[in-house]
Write a protein that binds this ligand. Structure first.
Ligand SMILES: [Zn+2]
Length: 881
């Protein structure tokens, strides 16, 4: 609004500027710490004198005299403390300028714990309807930028509905903590109340419900903005101020503002908004800030236990910024930040920006409640720390870890009912609490029963505190008592452990529907599955159904293995007459692929290997234990183009595809010209649609950065001769499963997923580029791209393997994920926001792809041409193909 009115606003700035300059010297920072004893106690006798307003300031020496435009009904008087006052003088001034803005003291604050007088500014209005609201609010905001008061009292003779609320919102869009009171009853929540107590003192009350109320201002741009706007959820329409600006107090921030403007409904999404919520709305329904502006992007909540906090603000990239009066560097993305120490009690946090367009200020209040050490007595047990917290169904060989946090230095124990088994817990003391733990061997409980657990804390003085764990513990005698399960859908993930780590525990296998698994335990919503002696996996219950008790666990003997070349691939076939679980593991260091079958015993007397295979050198097998059978497929090179193991009828079939076409050794010159010719490259721009990915410090969305880099990379790959499959070409949110399907259907030779990273712990902490892969065969690919990315001068964040992200969890083709840099790092984000830099990233990723493809082609050259094609008819039917 400030810019839009600035052009048309003809009133000179002299009154505001003169007044503010003077006021600044009178009641600026030097007065902020004034203590009670320095101020004369005053008995208040009337409404007027309740304001300890002691000086009048009406004229500004050296400024030009009022022009006719000044006689518009905008008048501003500032009354400061420090000198005696005559009511008449002020009244004259008020009549001359129309609006009386006084600074006084709320004497009721004398009784507050801080003991400080609260400085309250008072706005005196004859008729709000008659004032020039845009000009008035501009001045009021400018005044508020310079004066740190505690509250604003709006004293109006009469006013149209909503006008006082609009003013209250305008005030709080500058200083959000101000208590705004009015002599007029207003239904808006978020207003404080000022009540005369009758003994000459006044009581200012900020009701608790005022805290979450959000001030919002929206300026409707356009030639002739409407005078009223209907807002969904509000009974009375909002009045605009003649320049399309409306301000109101809202109960929280809605995700979408639903407006009816001139009969048209307009939906304004607010998810990207930061405080203060002061935006302009274009005719196209888009909101933006109007200069000068400043916003608080990250900071503590209204109440915090942290003693210091890194505050993140944002303004125009060309502005200068301050946090609590301290200048900070403004990045090209407009962000600026600083660490702020908080004192116990109320703290003011003030963000300021100054640019050619003017000044902006936004200030909030934070209550710092320091962490209070907890005393050893009375006894307490932290309910949330109780573990286990989920129902368990276990074997006698299992051990249950029991833990809780409680009052420091006592005796903890756990009691198991029925049976009354009691175990002492060991204790680990921290500053003001102890960690109590015990291990309960399930073999001490009777199978077939269900148990409840209760922990107990006992002081030396005999006090006792008890808590029942809200979990049931069931004991089964053996694996046979657990049910058989069957996978019910495609791509059911099984993990090695229940690690609550990023993207789930380490990944053991992914099954299609119909695999039969033996449960050997239940941990909340997870089933533990038995894969043989000392081998387990975990699967979420959503992927399996429980089979009837009479179902027989599958198992078989393996006799023969077959491997042979086909036109475009090497094919290994392992008998799989029953749907037992299996896993496949890449071992590039051992130059082999390992296929493990669970519940299988060997009678392998027949390992048939045809000649002419390109990648399969030979096969060997091993019975690892009574139920675990492993086939090793030894390779001619670790530089393969992918492999895939899938059940096909009664066989598990492993396929290793050849590149198409195989490079001609003599044609290497023409390949250099178009280094990716004959290749299909799939590119995934990470996230999309409602899935924004990481949000940068400036509000930049990862999905947008990813998409732009991906499209740039795609064009470069095409120029290098590749056919490109973009998994996302616009801002859409295709589910990952859908993307994985199209990825597999794409026939791509290589997969690159483009992301950008994010981390907590400071806006200049984690930085740099990193690369991720899941299958160890793709580590060289990740390394090649990484080396190229480092040429951009990035810090090293590393090459990360075993990464679980679904779209690169592929063995069927080389797949890597590029985390370009950190959205959460101010300098990284500055670069990511720059299209020229994203182009450089795309160029480096391309170079990495080309480097890796050259490695692959060199390996192919060494392997030589394929022998003449194999006779299909000679395939042994026993191979099951
Ligand atoms: Zn991402």
């Amino acid at each position: 609004m400030l810019t839009t009115t600035g052009a048309s606003w003809s009133a000179p700035t002299m009154i505001a500027c003169g007044a503010t300059t003077r006021l600044n010297s009178l009641c600026g920072p030097s007065h902020r710490g004034r203590s009670v004893s320095e101020t004369r106690p005053v008995r208040l006798r009337s409404r007027i004198t309740c304001w300890l307003a002691l000086a009048t300031l009406t004229a500004c020496a050296g400024t030009k005299p009022p022009t006719p435009a000044d006689s518009a009904p905008i008048r501003l008087i500032t009354v400061a403390d420090g000198a005696t006052d005559s009511v008449t003088e002020r009244a004259v001034a008020a009549r001359a300028t129309g609006i009386l803005l006084e600074v006084g003291y709320d004497v009721s604050a004398l009784g507050t714990p801080t003991g400080k007088l609260q400085r309250i500014a008072r706005v005196e209005l004859d008729e709000i309807a008659e004032i020039d609201r845009p000009a008035f609010t501009t001045r009021l905001r400018q005044w508020l930028q310079r004066h740190d008061v505690e509250g604003i009292h709006i004293n109006a003779a009469s006013t149209p509905a909503g006008a006082v609320e609009a003013l209250a919102a305008e005030v709080r869009l500058v200083r959000d903590y101000l208590s705004v009171t009015s002599n007029l009853a207003t239904s808006a929540s978020g207003m404080a109340t000022l009540t005369a107590k009758g003994d000459g003192t006044w009581l200012l009350q900020r009701s608790p419900s005022t805290a979450p109320t959000m001030p919002i201002a929206l300026t409707l741009l356009g030639e002739s903005p409407p005078t009223t706007v209907t807002l969904a959820g509000r009974s009375a329409p909002l009045q605009t101020d003649g320049e399309g600006r409306m301000a109101w107090l809202s109960n929280g921030r809605p995700d979408t503002l639903r407006l009816v403007v001139n009969g048209d409904s307009v939906h304004v999404p607010t998810q990207r908004w930061s405080r203060p919520y002061d935006y302009a709305l274009s005719l196209y329904g888009k909101t933006h800030r109007v200069t000068p502006w400043v916003e608080l992007r990250r900071g503590p909540g209204p109440i915090t236990t942290a003693a210091s906090y890194e505050i993140l603000g944002r303004t125009d990239s060309l502005a200068q910024a301050q946090i609590n009066g301290v200048s900070t560097h403004v990045y090209r993305t407009g962000v600026f930040f600083d660490s702020v120490e908080l004192a116990p009690g109320r703290n003011r946090l003030q963000l300021q920006a100054t640019s050619a367009e003017g000044e902006a200020l936004y200030a909030v209040e934070i209550l710092h409640e320091p962490h209070v050490d907890r005393a050893p007595l009375p006894l307490w047990i932290d309910e949330k720390s109780l573990s286990p917290s989920e129902d368990l169904e276990l074997l006698p060989t299992d051990v249950v870890d029991l833990r809780f946090t409680g009052a420091i230095g006592h005796r903890g124990s756990v009691r198991v009912e029925p049976g009354g088994l009691e175990l002492a817990m060991s204790r680990q003391d921290q500053t003001d609490r102890s960690l109590y733990s015990a291990q309960l061997p399930v073999r001490r409980l009777r199978p077939g029963r269900s148990y409840r657990l209760r922990v107990e804390l006992r002081s030396s003085g005999g006090d006792v505190e008890r808590r029942d764990l809200s979990v049931a513990l069931k004991v089964n005698a053996g694996v046979d008592e657990f049910p058989l399960l069957r996978t019910t859908r495609p791509r059911c993930p099984v993990s090695y452990s229940l690690g609550r780590v990023r993207l789930g525990g380490p990944f053991l296998a992914e099954y299609g529907a119909g695999i039969v698994l033996q449960s050997s335990g239940r941990f909340g919503r997870y089933q533990r599955i038995d894969l043989g002696p000392n081998r387990v996996g975990y699967i979420h219950q959503r992927y399996v159904e429980v089979l009837p008790p009479e179902t027989v666990r599958p198992g078989f003997h393996i006799s023969s293995l077959h491997a042979r070349p086909r036109d475009t691939e090497d094919v290994v076939s392992i008998p799989w007459p029953e749907p037992v679980p299996y896993s496949v593991q890449g071992d590039p260091e051992g130059q082999r692929i390992l296929v493990t079958l669970y519940g299988v015993q060997t009678t392998s007397t027949w390992v048939q290997q045809r000649g002419g295979m390109r990648y399969v050198q030979r096969m060997s097998w091993e019975q690892l234990d009574a139920q675990t059978y492993r086939v090793a497929i030894h390779l001619t090179t670790p530089l393969i183009w992918g492999y895939e193991l899938k059940p096909e009828g009664k066989s598990l079939v492993l396929r290793l595809p050849y590149p198409t076409p195989l490079p001609e050794p003599a044609a290497s010159d023409s390949v250099t010209h178009k280094p990716l010719s004959d290749l299909r490259v799939a590119i995934e721009a990470g996230h999309g649609g409602t899935n924004t990915g990481a949000v940068g410090l400036s509000g930049l969305f990862e999905k947008d950065v990813n998409l732009d880099t991906s499209l740039r990379l795609g064009r470069l790959c095409e120029m290098a001769g590749a056919e490109v499959v973009q998994l996302r070409t616009q801002d859409s949110g295709t589910p990952y499963m859908g993307r994985l399907d199209s990825l597999e259907a794409s026939g791509a030779d290589l997969v690159v997923s483009i992301h950008a990273n994010s981390a907590g712990g400071g806006f200049l902490r984690a930085s740099g580029t990193s690369m991720y892969y899941h299958n160890p065969f793709w580590e060289p690919f990740a390394q090649r791209v990484y080396d190229r990315m480092l040429e951009l001068g990035y810090e090293e964040f590393g090459v990360v393997g075993s990464f679980n992200y679904r779209n690169i969890r592929l063995s069927s083709r080389p797949a890597v994920l590029v985390e370009q840099a950190f959205m959460s790092h101010a300098r990284d984000e500055e670069q990511l926001a720059d299209p020229a830099h994203r182009q450089r990233i795309a160029e480096k990723v391309l170079s990495g792809i080309v480097d890796y493809v050259q490695d692959l082609r060199e390996s192919e050259r060494l392997l030589g041409p394929l022998p003449p094609s194999v006779d299909e008819d000679s395939v042994t039917p026993a191979a099951g193909l």
